[in-house]
Write a protein that binds this ligand. Structure first.
Ligand code: ZN
Length: 85
């Protein structure tokens, strides 16, 4: 299945974007995810919570010195709009 976020996907276990090299989700990844899940923010949130848990299982924090557990929430899910646009 073709996916619009194939280029801006996380590299594990560091969870950096394969295209940008910065912390995933990068801005292009967020825009693509919002487009992909347009009208289905609950679905996007479920997707991101799943990835957040996978990142935690990958000991994500060891790749980011000083990272706090709350950082995972901010990075993976806090940017999602509560209501659909
Ligand atoms: Zn990227």
């Amino acid at each position: 299945m073709r996916t619009p976020v194939r280029d801006h996907v996380p590299s594990r276990p560091t969870w950096r974007c394969r295209a940008c090299g910065i912390a995933w989700p990068c801005s292009p990844a967020k825009l693509l995810l919002l487009a992909r899940y347009r009208g289905d923010m609950p679905g996007l949130m479920v997707h991101l919570v799943t990835l957040r848990e996978e990142a935690a299982a990958d000991r994500f924090a060891q790749h980011y010195p000083g990272a706090q557990p709350a950082d995972l929430h901010r990075r993976f899910t806090d940017w999602v709009p509560i209501r659909s646009p």
